[in-house]
Design a protein around this ligand. Sequence first.
Ligand code: AMP
Length: 596
Amino acid sequence: MKTFEELGVSENIRRAIAEMGYENPMPVQEEVIPYLLGVGNDVIALAQTGTGKTAAYGLPVLQKVDPADHHTQAIILSPTRELCLQIAGDLKDYARYIDGLQVLAVYGGSSIESQIRSLRKGVQVIVATPGRLIDLMHRGVANLDKVENVVLDEADEMLNMGFTESIDEILAGVPAERNTLLFSATMGREIERIAKSYLHDYKEIVVGSRNEGAENVNHIYYLVHAKDKYPALKRVVDYYPNIYAIIFCRTRLETQEVADQLIRDGYNAEALHGDLSQAQRDLTMQKFRTHRTQLLIATDVAARGLDVDELTHVINYGLPEDVENYTHRSGRTGRAGRRGTSISIIHMREKGRVRIIEKVIGKQFEQGTLPEPQEICTKQLYRVMDELERIEVDDNQIAPFLPEIFRKLDWLTKEDLVKRIVSREFGHFLDYYANAPEIVQPTSSKSEREDRKASGRQSGRGKDRAVGPRAAEPGYKRLFINLGKRDNFYAREIINLVNRYVKGKVQIGRIDLTPNCSFFEVPEASAGLVLKKMSRAMVGNRQVVVDDADPTGDKPTRRGSRRDKSEDRRPSHRAADKASNGRRKYGKDDWKQFFE
Ligand code: AMP
């Protein structure tokens, strides 16, 4: 690895970046800086935000500026105001020890008058959004005759936002012998067109591989019916108590609606989209950057200016129209050596797009099974317990109040107290999941399921769906029962229930539990008796259904004579559907099981 000095960076810039903590060049800088410090070099760099690209072009561009000349010598175009401000801020920091060098950010949505006044004083480096720069050019205030370097930062995003014509106009208005540097996270056809039209003998630099999603990012999708998208989102968010995420929506309206719903449901969430005023957007981003907001619900465009490294998840509330937007979104997590997850909550019609994205990013998605209420509540409970353990108690501060507190709570045992504290902290999860709508996840087609199984990509939680058709142990018969973990039915409950209805203690073999139903094995000789006796079984006022679970068995099932063949092949699914009526929901008192 070379040093900044070996790359040719001047002493005054090295001093500034050393103060900023830049010790060694990042890979994109190592490649781009020496090349740009040469003469007449155009560059296309495929590099995402977070790779160090601002310094890669910023340091050589600043170094080539003559601070004694007050003409504009470099322009940097970027898609949003936020990015303009960020780039200009970085460049000012790099140029701290270059006397007389002026950097100015100009962008739409704020007073053009003050920008004109600043420009008239002489600015060597303009960082601009394309629309505002055109406006300033038309007014004769931005004079680009002496421009030697033009940088298009996040070029793909500028094109996505409809700045193609403005970029064409700006590039046509600067001297032909300038250098043009194009930075983009992805390489689309339009970028290639711009490169062909305006760049000369350019060097193509790829940081990481071309069009690839970040290495450290897992891609998961949950397939749900459109009506279940929001409850599915809640489950995902609830399952990760320490989540710090951007939830991407496609439209401003949807962004606001999802944010409103989450806020109403008690989440620390805020919306970020173009209908908000600039001041509101700035405040929202500031709160998110400093972790005062946990969930940011944003449109692709509005989130462009936001640069945070520590996201645990990116959530796609539906897939973006454009694969490039998916790359941008998912590239926001898994940064700075961390692992990240890009979760997509999609409905059936979007599934084709998953395949397209997989091809472009060169990575496969995992189809996930949504966490069950029981799993979520357990996770949240552990969060509460962890937090309780970590609370720092200031003994001195609390001491004067303790006698009164002890007197008041004297009648409660330690166990009562713990239960109360935990109920208070996580009771709202139980309340919600007691009545939460059931989410039916449509399954993939049969062939696809087999493909996924063969390639071992089925998610861990999805495995319980596969327990139905397995063969019984030799000498045993496998039976289905319409009660599952969601009903708080576990091995002990199944054994107790069978023993209550079948006299003489039946031996029960292997038991497999799934959320909605379970399977248990009894000796073949006892199976007939168990089926007969269990036909009367009730739990509360709910009819228990026990049936032959062997889908290929040739013996007729208990109700075989009345059913057609197709029903015979899928007894468990039929029964499970039937059983979901009148299901006892996860109840408020059920948290007690965690202590028992
Ligand atoms: P960028 O891709 O330009 O948005 O940069 C990502 C982050 O890396 C920014 O916070 C930069 O300040 C930081 N950065 C850029 N170059 C270096 C370097 N050589 N050493 C340490 N940090 C850097």
